[in-house]
Design a protein around this ligand. Structure first.
Ligand code: GMT
Length: 379
């Protein structure tokens, strides 16, 4: 189809989390291609931190009333979708994360009585935790079956979705991506020295400190690495397991070696001074932070779960071990960190894979093609 400027409604969460990041990055890329992107979200999406031409942000309303135990977000969002589709004549709706976004889009379309195309991108826990819970199963299945197009961020997630929801076909796979010009190693000796002495290594972990991220194992792995190689650990992010993690650091007498930085908007400077990223997650449908590390030439040691093996090529851009085996992950980490030529080789391959395979243009093209084919099919 010939290029046509589309008006796209992007439904997403706004706060720290990969789905919010992917929605914002996709929106910016599409806006740079000349499309109009309308974010419909509770707040301005994280990573859409500054004004970006061709993007619009429509905040879901807020309404409290004594009979509501909390503001009914779903209904408020449906109402906002109705408003924005009408006011801006949107061509299609793209929901990131099945619950509630694809359902609010479907309900809004039902009220409008039109056939505005709905594409739903599955990110992981919308399927693996929330969606397959019996409290949400039926409604999630309905949402998947009534979207015009389903995409998943890894092959693993696509097959898992098909299996759990007994779908005729698996969702199409569109991998997450990044702007590899922005995510690139920028050396900063001063910053590096502020964390580590010349003979020390820097290990980093970035997450939202939820149980699926298995952060206590980051500490166990780091403890073992540090016994062989003097190192420092940078922890970025915050979340429910933070207290437990702090206690563990104290218990293992690592306080002088662990740096708690909390949530950080820009991780490139920190990745740029790091020698290794640890990601021992229990579940991970993709692992966006692993890709960000690869782009900055940081080898990744991660668990062999979900979509992680599709992002981190075992033995090439990082090393994988079974989840729950900190000893094995520590051995792999020491292997990379203690061999300079191996580190260089993996770091180079990591950067290549981010630049060539996971580059934004390639995967944004796929989304754009899907949008055009849905619009063509609508006529
Ligand atoms: O992990 C979540 O519960 C939320 C979700 C999110 O919005 O960040 O994370 C998922 O989506 C990311 C972006 O596609 C993926 O990189 C993460 O692997 C995935 N998290 C899990 O599967 C645990």
């Amino acid at each position: 189809m010939e290029w046509k400027r589309m008006k796209i409604g992007m439904l997403c969460y706004w706060n720290y989390g990969g789905s919010a990041v992917v929605a914002a990055e996709l929106g910016k890329q599409l806006a740079d291609r000349g499309h109009q992107v309308h974010f419909i979200s509770a707040e301005r999406p994280f990573r859409l931190d500054e004004y970006h031409p061709n993007t619009f942000v429509h905040q879901t309303g807020d309404f409290s009333y004594p009979v509501f135990s909390s503001p009914p977000f779903f209904l408020l969002q449906v109402n906002k979708i109705l408003e924005v589709v009408k006011d801006h004549q949107l061509d299609l709706l793209h929901a990131h994360y099945a619950i509630p976004h694809c359902l609010s889009a479907i309900f809004a379309r039902h009220i409008m009585g039109n056939n505005i195309p709905i594409i739903t991108t599955l990110h992981g826990t919308d399927i693996t935790l929330v969606g397959q819970n019996k409290e949400f199963y039926q409604i999630t299945k309905y949402g998947l079956e009534h979207s015009d197009m389903l995409t998943a961020v890894s092959k693993w997630l696509a097959l898992e979705t098909q299996r759990v929801f007994k779908l005729k076909d698996p969702p199409s796979v569109i991998y997450n991506f990044l702007d590899s010009n922005y995510f690139n190693r920028r050396s900063d000796e001063g910053l590096r020295r502020s964390y580590a002495a010349d003979h020390e290594k820097i290990v980093i972990h970035i997450s939202n400190f939820r149980s699926v991220k298995n952060v206590p194992d980051v500490i166990n792995i780091f403890h073992l690495i540090n016994e062989s190689l003097p190192s420092q650990l940078i922890l970025v992010g915050d979340g429910p397991d933070m207290t437990m993690v702090r206690e563990k650091v104290t218990e293992l007498n690592l306080n002088s070696r662990v740096h708690f930085l909390g949530q950080q908007q820009d991780v490139v400077p920190l990745l740029s001074v790091s020698d290794l990223l640890l990601l021992p997650s229990r579940r991970e449908s993709f692992g966006l932070v692993a890709l960000e590390a690869l782009a900055c030439g940081v080898p990744v040691v991660a668990s062999n779960v979900g979509g992680l093996p599709e992002v981190v090529a075992n033995g090439i851009t990082g090393l994988l071990a079974d989840c729950g085996d900190p000893r094995a992950m520590a051995q792999l980490s020491i292997k990379i960190l203690s061999d300079d030529s191996l580190w260089q080789k993996i770091s180079w391959a990591a950067r290549q894979s981010a630049e060539n395979f996971f580059n934004a243009d390639r995967w944004v093209n796929h989304y754009e093609e899907i949008y055009y084919s849905l619009l063509a099919g609508k006529k």
